[in-house]
Design a protein around this ligand. Sequence first.
Ligand SMILES: Nc1ncnc2c1ncn2[C@@H]1O[C@H](COP(=O)(O)OP(=O)(O)OP(=O)(O)O)[C@@H](O)[C@H]1O
Length: 233
Amino acid sequence: MSIVLSNVNKIYQSGEVNVHALKEASIEIPNKKIVAILGPSGSGKSTLLNVIGGIDRHDSGSVQVDDHQLDKMKDKDLTEYRRHSLGFIFQQYNLIPTLTVEENVEVGRQLSQNPLDMKEILEKVGMWDKKDKFPHQLSGGEQQRVAIARALIKNPRVLLCDEPTGALDEETGKNILKLLQFVNETYGTTVCIITHNNGIGEMAHKVIRMKSGEITEHFYNEAPVDPEKVNWV
Ligand SMILES: Nc1ncnc2c1ncn2[C@@H]1O[C@H](COP(=O)(O)OP(=O)(O)OP(=O)(O)O)[C@@H](O)[C@H]1O
């Protein structure tokens, strides 16, 4: 699934002040690639992800997803798009504390018309042995693996990841990046990672840099490195 933004603007009204969170943003998220969106705090990364993810509506410009234009979609169609085409991963894993690993992933499975197999997914993320544990019995890295499994079991075309390693130490964070790379290679899922960590750009196929709501740079990486070799910052 390729996503193309053309001259996208998003303005938040915050009291008397208008915050221009996206300014004429034009960019392509290529199909089946890993894309890193980098930029300082407040540069508009989450806004970009929310617009792509159909969570927030932009004010002008167009967002084309394959043959569909998001700005022309009705709310119901946008919900379908979010539910069936996308998987979301956040810094805070957002697992349900009273459900086991398997039950948390089942929540994702229930949302999909075309889910993948529970055992296959839990094995792929290395959590099959812990399927009956509760979130509080797991490390941060393990909880993020469960969150990835929950997103992945829906068989999404795109994984949208907002600071997926933000709460993890370097070693655990790199293992999560490896898992995201494995998902991209195994399922052909487009993976979009937004992060403050510039090093993560080194493993991506494409890097997008943002500043003050603008896309200031974008380029393809000729030789993406193994996540283990990323310069962690
Ligand atoms: N719902 C909102 N209402 C008002 N202003 C908002 C809202 N969401 C974001 N903003 C503002 O829009 C700008 C871009 O925010 P955004 O969260 O997209 O940046 P970011 O690059 O993701 O930052 P961070 O890395 O800190 O998460 C900021 O100035 C922010 O304060």
